[in-house]
Ligand binder design. Structure first.
Ligand SMILES: Cc1ncc(COP(=O)(O)O)c(C=O)c1O
Length: 400
């Protein structure tokens, strides 16, 4: 009898974690490695948030809370959705989970039947297909080209819809491309969805606060309130407040679905950490100047990285609206041979040779279901970014 259940064969370990592990290994061997593979802010959690957590511990807020989160936090989340997105949710329409990831996991496990289709625009975050498959659903990938800013076109969405379509997953700003949807971008997508009343929408807005040059981010229900009754509006503290380790994600959704997610969560993790919830309350209710500082640093780094990558022969890099990633094309590098003698047959060969020959770790596009590209995370110091981009230029100049 097999020890490991067949359901585990449907998923694979995170490829972004695999490349970070390889980079760490090389570093341990004494190699000079710069990692551009991180999916988290390099900033520390702001002080007032840390202090709120310490105060909560000292005040004895160290016990179970409601599964869906403390009432104070759910009210603060509802206020956030009103303030930032113009959406009215009651605390009963909110659940707080162990990171945005658990919100996605709960929503899929609570709703997807075997064979249900989930439309995932690509490039996509690595975990979406695996979570859908764990729930026995079928990911339906819709490629979104660089020419269209890596954004989903209404006609491509329409063409992907079948009677089995249960969900559309939408991520803005996007991991891995940084592309973000404006209200104008979302309007035609909402129009398609209005014509298909059985399809639910999951919007992953976890990078919402990280947008640059005055870009106004938008989310489905904010643009089309008629879709409120079949949308999960997901967000969290991980990226905006540099709180990845605290594990706070949340969503607003119709009560029927929130109850189902609450039931599932009650039999898995129960509430997320009470101390983290106190910290999240301080994050949502507190000043946002720390975010302004991070945003300014990210924007400067984005501009530096885009400019330097576009100087590397064979690479073309668009300038995205948000997040802390860029997703350059390596079309002009494919088929060539590196200075170290590796034939660049695909994006995986590119990132492997780049790591081995120049000590720069980045993630191949195939991990995001989009070959021919690679992801650079600029959530690292300007100095390291400048060094890494110079090495990428050297690598590309060496291709023959
Ligand atoms: C697009 C996207 N959604 C969700 C998450 C998960 O966030 P959390 O750490 O809150 O679970 C990530 C983290 O990398 C992400 O990039």
């Amino acid at each position: 009898m097999n020890l490991i259940a067949a359901r585990l064969n449907r998923i694979s370990p995170s490829q972004t974690i695999a490349i970070s592990t390889k980079a760490r290994q090389l570093k341990a061997e004494g190699r000079d490695i710069i990692s551009l593979s991180a999916g988290e802010p390099d900033f520390d959690t702001p002080d007032h948030i840390k202090r709120a957590a310490i105060a909560a511990i000292e005040a004895g807020e160290t016990k179970y809370t409601d599964v869906a989160g403390t009432m104070a936090l759910r009210k603060a989340v509802a206020a956030k959705f009103k303030r930032d997105n113009g959406i009215d949710y009651t605390p009963q329409e909110i659940i707080v989970s162990t990171g945005g990831k658990q919100v996605i996991f709960n929503a899929m496990l609570a709703t997807v039947e075997a064979g249900d289709e989930v439309i995932i625009p690509t490039p996509c975050w690595v975990s979406y297909p695996d979570i859908v498959q764990l729930a026995e659903g079928k990911p339906v990938f819709v490629p979104c080209s660089q020419n269209n800013g890596f954004k989903l076109r209404a006609e491509d969405l329409e063409a992907a819809i079948t009677p089995k379509t249960k969900w559309l997953m939408l991520n803005s700003p996007s991991n891995p491309t940084g592309a973000a949807y404006s209200a104008e971008d979302l309007r035609p997508i909402c129009d398609v969805l209005l014509r298909h009343p059985d399809i639910w929408v999951f919007t992953d807005d976890i990078y919402e606060k990280l947008v640059y040059d005055g870009f106004a981010p938008a989310t489905i229900v904010g643009v089309e309130p008629k879709l409120r009754e079949r949308t999960v509006t997901m967000n969290g503290c991980s990226k905006a407040y540099a709180m990845t380790g605290w594990r706070i994600g949340f969503c607003g959704a119709p009560v029927q679905l929130i109850k189902a997610m609450d039931k599932l969560q009650s039999q898995s993790t129960s509430n997320t950490s009470s101390v983290s919830q106190a910290a999240a309350l301080a994050a949502l209710e507190g000043p946002e100047d720390a975010i302004d500082v991070m945003r300014a640093a990210y924007r400067e780094r984005r501009d530096l990285v885009v400019a330097m990558l576009n100087e590397a022969p064979g690479i073309t890099c668009s300038k995205p609206e948000g997040a802390f990633y860029v997703f350059p094309s390596i079309a002009g590098c494919l088929g060539k041979t590196s200075a170290g003698g590796t034939k660049i047959v695909d994006d995986e060969a590119f990132v492997t040779a780049l790591l081995e020959e120049q000590g720069v770790a980045a993630v191949h596009g195939s991990a995001f279901i989009y070959p021919g590209y690679f992801r650079v995370s600029y959530a690292t110091s300007t100095e390291a970014l400048r060094d890494a981009c110079t090495r990428i230029q050297t690598f590309c100049q060496g291709l023959r």
